[in-house]
Design a protein around this ligand. Structure first.
Ligand code: PLP
Length: 373
């Protein structure tokens, strides 16, 4: 099999050992004579799968006992609606605070607005191309917000928060693209949500970690919450109200086991730091060829966007095309930046090895030296 290095932003590369185990159990799950995909979600076997997955996620993230873990469908995008519908509270005119630091938080705010939220932009860096997180002195927080929403790591723009904002309302965080990449103090959040397809498992599974006192207590009859978007439905039924994404949950469970086996979130965080450091320092070292796009204090450790520049220092689409062509020839794929921003983006999630990042950096060095000739 050809070794391919997948730097895609998602669905992302999976740990090989996980795929090998899943391959075996795809045909016969633990001697049941059935594929893991065929198991009933009401069976004892599946009960073990979902319970173990939850217990291991709790262990990995040190999730306090007053938080529920929900395994849902619908992707992180569905959560853009669920968050508002579940947390709006009885006064519709109360502001919902949104920090817009990239394309995903922008979409989340727009969706809440569409559903009737009185959205207050704490900041919105869209006009600057989403390249920085403004300092606290520029934040416009509401004194009485229903909740504060932010996206911890903006996948498209490569902007990552380095700390949890301190506010006196419930904090909602989209961690789709950096969950489990570094230790976080869950107790600082009221709701964490994440699409699985970066650091957790296959697309189709969405994880919500929510403080119990927010479940079913802040609904508003004026904006009815569909039964499947209501966190109470899932919390009361252990995520088994309807058919959950069983295969995704099984795969997530394998990824959690893998992560625990290599030393948990602390261990992967150290690896992720080294990977990001290696890549950003290559960009800096060859600053005649590459340019990082995002302000240094909020550069993502998961998604690294950069431009290939010409002799005058301007981003060059031709050079970027050449760079990408050379990468593909060396079996490095999905390095093209998101269609809305262009350039190059290397996504280096948990399952991307240091070897893969080293391979990319060596190519970047070679490409830069070639250009300098
Ligand atoms: N939020 C972030 C940070 C993302 O990266 C994505 C998708 O990549 C989404 C939300 C939307 O997720 P989904 O495609 O699962 O709806």
């Amino acid at each position: 099999m050809t070794k391919t290095w997948n730097f895609g932003a998602g669905p992302a590369v999976m740990p090989k050992s996980v795929l090998i185990k899943a391959q075996k159990e795809l045909v016969d799950y633990k001697g049941t004579g059935m594929s893991v995909m065929e198991l009933s979600h009401r069976s004892k076997e599946f009960d073990d799968i979902i319970n173990t997955a939850e217990a291991n996620l709790r262990k990995l993230m040190n999730i306090p006992s007053n938080y529920k873990v929900l395994f849902l469908q619908g992707g992180a995008t569905t959560q853009f609606s669920s968050v508002f519908l579940n947390l709006v509270g009885d006064d519709l005119s109360r502001p919902c605070d949104y920090m817009v630091s990239g394309g995903w938080s922008d979409k989340a705010a727009a969706e809440a607005k569409k559903l009737g939220a009185n959205v207050n932009y704490v900041f919105n860096t869209k006009s600057e191309g989403f390249t920085r997180i403004p300092p606290k002195s520029e934040w416009k927080l509401s004194p009485n917000a229903s909740y504060l929403y932010f996206c911890d790591n903006e996948t498209v723009h490569g902007v990552e928060f380095q700390e949890v904002p301190e506010v006196n309302c419930p904090i909602v965080c989209d961690m789709s693209s950096n969950i489990l990449s570094r230790p976080v103090d869950v107790s600082k959040f009221d709701l964490i949500m994440a699409g699985a397809q970066k650091n957790i498992g296959p697309a189709g599974l969405t994880i919500v970690i929510i403080k119990e006192d927010l479940i079913g207590t802040r609904l508003n009859p004026k904006v009815p919450c569909p039964i499947l978007l209501n966190y109470k439905t899932h919390a009361n039924n252990r995520s088994l109200y309807n058919t959950p994404p069983t295969f995704g949950i099984y795969m997530a469970g394998l990824v959690f086991e893998w992560l625990l086996s290599i030393g948990g979130v602390e261990a992967i965080s150290a690896i992720n730091s080294r990977k990001a450091q290696r890549l950003y320092s290559t960009i800096n070292k060859f600053s005649n060829t590459y340019k990082a796009v995002v302000a240094e204090d909020c550069r993502s450790r998961m998604n690294v966007p950069f431009r290939v520049i010409d002799a005058s220092g301007k981003p060059s689409k031709e050079l970027e095309a050449e760079f990408l062509k050379g990468a593909v020839a060396r079996h490095m794929v999905q390095l093209k930046g998101h269609r809305s921003v262009g350039g190059i983006r290397a996504s280096i999630y948990n399952a991307m090895s240091e070897e893969g990042v080293e391979y990319l950096c060596r190519y970047m060095e070679e490409f830069a030296r070639q250009k300098a000739k």
